[in-house]
Design a protein around this ligand. Structure first.
Ligand code: 3PG
Length: 306
């Protein structure tokens, strides 16, 4: 009987776990849960005889892969798969997948929530501003970026986007103004919402120059990854310009320095919560379980990333 391990340091909502269990057991497989683990040795031990693995942001390192004697497939229940060591997976013939789009609305709603929070002075007394009529730049028009654009248009924002992989026509059809370069996006938009993945190319790609080019009151919203920010550049820009704001769902390494230097112009969630809704957990968790069942029963490798 195939063993499917769900290893989540940050567990899925119970309703999602119940749904995952139903799908796995209906296929005749066994579900094993490892939640809130604090020691990766427990993860390594649990994965030793698993045939399939479901994770969230849990790091599936070369050591974890080395410990996995039977593993055929790992599914990252979510979008970004920078937590999977794809080289280690491929070298052992393990298929790696993600579940694109399944948690994007949850992340998008948080991005808009953060915009409102920053525009209203962290809900402190005093005069804030409205999102209506402001320019929002979507940095990468993928699943999350598109949801952010949809909601932002409802707020009456003017939405621009930069994405070298999406045609201008496709954006225009959805009421979005395409821009030709990243520089153009930051220069034109008071709000920028980041949705680029963490890769070798994007690492530390957002820094002082782009931030300094933003219009007065420039606000950067990061619900993507902390690795894409050049933190030294971010610090310098935030100190040099006392109108810039940064809200993030992934605390930077320089979080306390930033907080001490710029106060409420910086906001970070206590723990990454973009995909922390019951709906997103159910969507991504059940998709992961179904993809595993399909893989073993039909050989499907849809959403393979390695
Ligand atoms: C993703 O890449 O899907 C999001 O960052 C969500 O990550 P999480 O499952 O760890 O909350």
């Amino acid at each position: 009987m195939k063993k499917v391990l769900v290893a989540t340091e940050k567990p899925f909502a119970k309703t999602a776990v119940d749904g995952i269990r139903s799908i796995i057991e209906a296929a005749g497989f066994t579900l094993v849960l490892l939640e809130k683990y604090t020691d990766t040795a427990d993860f390594a031990h649990a994965v030793a005889d698993a045939d399939a693995l479901i994770v969230r942001s849990d790091k599936v390192t070369a050591d974890i892969i080395a410990a996995a004697g039977n593993l055929k497939i790992v599914v990252r229940a979510g979008a970004g798969y920078d937590n999977l060591d794809l080289t280690a997976c491929s070298s052992k013939g393990i298929v790696a997948m993600n579940t694109p789009g399944q948690n994007s609305n949850a992340v998008a709603e948080l991005a808009l929530g953060m915009m409102v929070y920053m525009a209203r002075n962290s809900f402190e007394p005093g005069t804030g501003s409205e999102l209506k009529g402001k320019k929002l730049g979507i940095h990468a028009y993928g699943n999350v970026g598109r949801q952010v654009a949809r909601i932002a248009r409802g707020f009456g924002m003017e939405v621009l986007a930069f994405d070298p992989f999406i045609t201008s026509e496709a954006m225009q059809q959805e009421g979005i103004t395409p821009v030709k370069s990243v520089q153009d996006l930051y220069k034109k938009c008071t709000y920028v919402s980041l949705h680029i993945p963490a890769t070798e190319e994007t690492r530390k790609s957002i820094g002082q120059e782009l931030l300094m080019s933003m219009p007065k009151g420039g606000t950067l919203i990061n619900t993507a990854r902390k690795e894409v920010i050049d933190e030294d550049g971010l610090l310098r820009a935030m100190m040099e310009r006392n109108d810039l704001k940064y809200a993030t769902d992934i605390a930077p390494d320089c979080a306390s320095k930033l907080k001490n230097s710029v106060g409420s112009r910086y906001f970070g969630t206590a723990k990454k919560m973009g995909a922390e809704t019951a709906e997103a957990n159910v969507n991504a968790g059940l998709a992961a379980a179904s993809q595993i069942v399909d893989f073993f029963t039909t050989g499907s490798t849809k959403f393979r990333v390695n």
